[in-house]
Design a protein around this ligand. Sequence first.
Ligand code: FES
Length: 153
Amino acid sequence: MGPDAQPNAKPAVSRRRVLRWLLGFSVISTAAMVVTPMVGFIVPPKSTAAGSGGKVPAGKVADLPLGKGKVVPMGSKPVILVSTEQGIVAHSAICTHLGCIVAFDDLSGMIVCPCHDGRFNPATGAVVSGPPPAPLPHVTVSVEGDDIFLVPG
Ligand code: FES
């Protein structure tokens, strides 16, 4: 304590004031944690299907070299795009076995499900091996210049 300090002087910020501020902060943050998910539920996210006459932009042709594939969103559903000798094709990326999301395997050139090693033909979506009971459903693709669009069915 310095020579000018007074032993009974009140601190600049009282303990009660700090506690009141902390209580207010916790009430506001709790309310935000409750309200934010409710608003997110009531106000739907913007769909990627808006505009372009219902077609969904899915990237550029230049970004999908021949023999490669990638999963892209079509609204809330995943779709796998594959560049084949016959052009760019698309299939649902939801495995017909138990619903895992498939991926394109660069090594084998196949569409592969990571859950139970189901394998699909990249051009047709047909089952090649594994437990999937049905092919991946086809999704219509429209290529306009360098732009790839998915056409919801
Ligand atoms: S969920 Fe795809 S093979 Fe089982």
